[in-house]
Design a protein around this ligand. Structure first.
Ligand code: ADP
Ligand code: NA
Length: 328
């Protein structure tokens, strides 16, 4: 019988922003309650596909871990671990890479986009990291993968690889299903035409979940809106104000309608401060917890190591069987 098993990963880029929280981490917290077998991985091997200073990567791994623990990820309810501590991810990626056509990888849009952003011809790691993603998922015979829209094509690759393996070596992997995030994309505060992103070079555009109340107020004060002072929700015609309404609804748990009701009579300048306050309220306890956790490095390291031990135990019999199936 196939057990439901969730696998998801997060790249260690430091403390997450509001979009990461609302689009991914919050959903992770819910899934660890709903499913009995859940794996969350800090994807340090994936991080190497873009240039990184070793000291920065090391620090980011701890900061990301502190942040997601502070957000409510509970190592008693899931396996939280560092990818590179389970070398079978890389070993399985090799096997799966031998079942994957190069042109299939060359067609993936992220290959072109990330190569362009690096201004380089591209490395083998950047080309084949979707194969490593397939290995991340399949190593545990995962059945469900929470993904953002941007990762749907990569999950399809993992599904194709699973099917290809099953055809060649006999039915073995469940074909993993997507759990699509239903949260609307949070937009940049400085340009509501693009999503909020850690790589946005614009100042004050991205709200970090560990920002101080002053920083949050400043960022929302400078948020781009339009020349209508009333607060309405119309993402196509009024993307800036509508983004504020979306954020307000998401952090308070209220519906868009309820939020608009609260905003009735306010002009956008006042409303920005209402939204800022709601964000401050939501993240104040999380911010405190992040700071506390960051002070105890050895605890963070231990959490990731303990999680890796459990992940290894889960992977070991599956990987042994894979080895046998392919003829090792
Ligand atoms: P970034 O764009 O900051 O580099 P990533 O691409 O690393 O973020 O995304 C990590 C996770 O956070 C993904 O699941 C992605 O869907 C989600 N995410 C990122 N930005 C946003 C956003 N602006 N709104 C909603 N979800 C987001
Ligand atoms: Na659970």
């Amino acid at each position: 019988t196939v057990v439901d098993r969730i696998f998801s990963g997060i790249q260690p880029t430091g403390t997450p922003h509001l979009g990461n929280y609302l689009g991914a981490i919050q959903n992770w917290v819910n899934l660890q309650e709903e499913y009995s077998s859940v794996l969350y991985s800090i994807m340090d091997m994936h991080s190497l596909t873009m240039p990184k200073e070793p000291a920065v990567l090391r620090q980011n791994i701890l900061d990301t871990t502190a942040a997601i623990l502070a957000c409510g990820i509970d190592p008693k309810k899931c396996f939280l671990f560092r990818q590179s501590l389970v070398p079978e991810h890389a070993e399985l990626a090799w096997i799966l890479g031998c079942l994957t056509n190069v042109p299939r990888l060359l067609r993936l849009p992220q290959w072109k986009m990330k190569r362009a952003s690096q201004n380089s011809e591209g490395t083998v790691g950047l080309l084949t990291y979707p194969v490593l993603q397939a290995a991340d998922i399949l190593l545990y015979k995962s059945t469900h993968v929470p993904v953002g829209e941007d990762q749907v094509l990569h999950l399809e690759l993992a599904q194709d690889i699973a099917q290809h393996f099953n055809k060649k070596y006999g039915e073995f992997f469940p074909v993993p299903k997507a759990i699509l995030s239903t949260t609307k994309k949070i937009k940049s505060l400085r340009d509501p035409a693009v999503k909020m992103s850690k790589s946005d070079p614009k100042k004050l555009a991205t709200v970090n979940i560990a920002d101080s109340p002053d920083e949050i107020v400043l960022k929302f004060r400078k948020a781009v809106t339009d020349f209508t002072s009333e607060v309405t929700y119309d993402p196509a015609a009024r993307p800036g104000v509508s983004n504020l309404v979306s954020i307000h609804a998401a952090v308070t748990g209220l519906s868009i309608k309820e939020v608009l009701h609260q905003a009735a009579g306010l002009d956008t300048a006042h409303y920005k401060m209402v939204v800022a306050e709601s964000v401050i309220q939501k993240f104040a306890p999380i911010r405190n917890e992040i700071k506390k956790l960051q002070e105890d490095k050895s605890h963070l390291i231990k959490v990731l190591e303990d999680g890796a031990e459990k992940a290894k135990e889960l992977a070991a019999p599956i990987y042994q069987e894979i080895r046998r199936l392919v003829g090792f």
